[in-house]
Each structure stands twice: as structure tokens, then as C-alpha cells.
Write a protein that binds this ligand. Structure first.
Ligand code: PMP
Length: 360
């Protein structure tokens, strides 16, 4: 088999090798069924068992309370940007946004199609390098929306933002879901595309409080109402069966790592090693403010785009893939999701050190 290299991609991203091996074994026959996982009907016993187990794993690992529904939808987190306001915002009401990056900007743009919006905070003034501390909400927001981890800018909320009592909080957790314990009960909705921490692209996990489901207008297209998916256990239409199956395996892998407390400790250690190196480096520096640093996406620069490009080219040649930063930040970005091995971080730090020493 071709040798696997260090994959720092921001998503779709590296998956645990044990998961890939197990999936490979089940491609031709899921267990002893004689039918591969890709070929099973979503209504058949074998897939329904996978589905039910996946839902139970999400509930168990994420400590999702009983009054929340777990949905497996399609259309990515980008569809949730629109589905939330479609279901919960009207032309007369206002949704508040914590604008901490490009994905938050996209979410607010979609909401503007359906109702009023208010920026409760923004870090755009410094190219989104920090998470603002003070929030100014509108009167009686229909809901508040935030992005727990800003994939492009390498910043992450250290704690859940506090909203006025009784106000519904919605979280785009696409790039840090299940990387640490996060209190679901403080949210109305949490959603995440799977392709960073949960599995492959093609499925979006939505965790939604029961009482919101019937709040939406029934005039919306059927597929865009949460109630459709809630009533039909995400099987109103054909769900992304393979993506759900892979999520099942990834969740079991997380459980095998002893859950989210251990996952958080591992993620702290991995990102900590890279930040420690960057903090003492004479050549590289992290772009995010210290108090806002992401454990999932470590963004860094040399300050000289030519040197950044030279570094990226050398890194690719040495077997480190996906380190080029997003064009809006430049420099480099190392995505260190749950499944990214610690040995890969050690190897990157060694490579950075050698590159820096060579230039001296
Ligand atoms: N939100 C965040 C935080 C993201 O990182 C991304 C994708 N990188 C999205 C939303 C968009 O997700 P999708 O491509 O699944 O629509």
C-alpha cells in the first residue's frame, strides 16, 4: 500500500486509520450480511441498526439531554446557515451574530434573506485574529448565533458565550465538535458538517431542542423544515448512509479514547507543542491572539510571503500536506483535528526547527 503522509487538511481531513481499515473490511460485506455497507437499503435492518447506534453514540459522547433531537442532514453546514433563519426568523424579528470569521459572515448573509440581523460583536477590525470579550445584544433577539471554532482564522471560543436569560443560542461547531466537552443544554441548536472531527463530508450533524422543531412555518419546502427530519428520524429521504456509517466508526473511536475529556487533553497537548515552538521561534509566529487560539487550526506566518511560500513548498516535498494557509490569512495553517496523530505534530515541530536553523 502507498505510504500515508501527514495530512494537515482543514477538511475533509485525516481519519483514524483503524476506522479506515474497518470500513474497508465492510465494503464488500457489512459484518456477515453478504451486502456491502454502501449497498444496504437505508430501511433495512442492518443499516437501521447502524443508524440507531450512531444516534446513541452522539447522545452518549456529547451528553445530549433527552429533550434534544439528533438529526443527520445533507447540504453541509452551509445549508444550516439558511435553514436556521428560515425556520426561526421572520421579517419582523432579529437574529444576533457573533461575527468572528468568514463562516460567521456567511451565516449572517443567509439570515439577511429572511429577517433582521444584528452584529453583537465583530473582530473584523483585526482580520479576525481574536474572539471579542464584550457582546452587545439587540432587544429580544430571536436567537444568537456563533461559530465555536473559526477554521480559517485559527481562533476558538474558550467558553460558551453568555446570552440573556431565555434567549436561544445556536452554534456552528463544524470544526471543533467533539474535540472537548461542550454543554449542549446551553444551546438551542448545535450543528456541524462531519468532515473535520466526525467523519467524511456528506452528512451534517444537527442537535436541536425539541420545542423549536414545531416553531417553524409549515409553508417552507418540506426538506428545509426541521420537523420533517425530526418526525422521520432523518429518513424522510435517503440519508447519506455511508457517511453516517463512518461517523459511527469515528464515534466509537472517540469512545475508545475515553471520551471528550481525554480528547480535549490530547488536543491541548498536540496544539500546545506547536504553539510552544512558535512562541519561542525567531522566524515563525502564531497569528491568533493568545487568549483566542484554536486547538484545531493553528495559523502561523513568517511575516514574509516569499519565505512562507518557500516553507510550504519544502514541507510538501518532505511529506507534510495541506499546510498552506487560507488566502485571507496567508502563511500556514496546521489543522490538528481529533484524528491527527501526535507523532505528526512532533514531526512538524522538528521540520519547522530544521527549516529555521537552515536559514540562520
Ligand atoms: N462552518 C465552519 C466553521 C466551517 O469550517 C465550514 C467548512 N470549512 C463551514 C461552516 C461550511 O461547511 P460545509 O462545507 O459543510 O457547508
Amino acid at each position: 500500500m502507498t505510504k500515508r503522509i501527514w495530512n494537515f487538511s482543514a477538511g475533509p481531513a485525516v481519519l483514524p486509520e483503524a476506522v479506515l481499515n474497518e470500513a474497508r473490511e465492510n465494503l464488500l460485506s457489512l459484518g456477515s450480511t453478504g451486502i456491502g455497507i454502501l449497498e444496504h437499503s437505508h430501511r433495512g435492518k442492518a443499516f437501521v441498526a447502524v443508524y440507531e447506534e450512531t444516534e446513541a453514540l452522539v447522545r452518549d459522547i456529547g451528553q445530549v439531554p433527552g429533550n434534544y433531537k439528533i438529526l443527520f442532514l445533507q447540504g453541509g453546514a452551509s445549508t444550516q446557515f439558511a435553514m436556521l433563519p428560515m425556520n426561526f426568523l421572520t421579517p419582523e424579528t432579529t437574529a444576533d451574530f457573533l461575527v468572528t470569521g468568514a463562516w460567521a459572515e456567511k451565516a449572517i448573509e443567509e439570515a439577511q434573506l429572511f429577517g433582521k440581523t444584528h452584529v453583537a460583536c465583530s473582530s473584523q477590525d483585526r482580520n479576525y485574529c481574536y474572539i471579542p470579550q464584550s457582546l452587545a445584544f439587540s432587544d429580544q433577539p430571536a436567537y444568537v448565533h456563533y461559530t465555536s471554532n473559526n477554521t480559517i482564522f485559527g481562533t476558538e471560543f474558550a467558553t460558551i458565550p453568555t446570552v440573556p436569560a431565555g434567549v436561544d443560542l445556536c452554534c456552528d461547531a463544524s470544526s471543533d465538535i467533539f474535540s472537548r466537552p461542550w454543554d449542549v443544554s446551553r444551546h438551542a441548536v448545535i450543528y456541524a458538517g462531519a468532515q473535520k472531527n466526525l467523519g467524511p463530508s456528506g452528512v451534517t450533524l444537527v442537535i436541536i431542542r425539541d420545542d423549536l422543531i414545531e416553531r417553524a412555518p409549515k409553508t417552507l419546502p418540506t426538506m428545509l423544515q426541521y420537523r420533517t427530519h425530526a418526525k422521520n428520524d432523518s429518513m424522510y429521504n435517503t440519508p447519506p448512509t455511508f457517511a453516517i456509517y463512518l461517523m459511527n466508526l469515528v464515534l466509537k473511536w472517540i469512545k475508545g479514547q475515553r471520551g471528550l475529556e481525554s480528547m480535549a487533553a490530547l488536543n491541548q497537548r498536540k496544539a500546545g507543542k506547536l504553539y510552544s515552538y512558535l512562541d519561542q521561534s525567531q522566524l515563525f509566529r502564531a497569528t491568533a491572539n493568545r487568549d483566542s487560539r484554536s486547538l484545531m487550526n493553528v495559523t502561523f506566518v513568517t511575516g514574509n510571503p516569499e519565505v512562507d511560500a518557500k516553507f510550504c513548498a519544502a514541507a510538501t516535498k518532505a511529506g507534510f500536506d495541506g499546510l498552506k494557509g487560507h488566502r485571507s490569512v496567508g502563511g500556514m495553517r496546521a489543522s490538528l483535528y481529533n484524528a491527527f496523530p501526535e507523532a505528526g505534530v512532533d514531526a512538524l515541530v522538528e521540520f519547522l526547527r530544521a527549516f529555521e536553523a537552515e536559514g540562520k
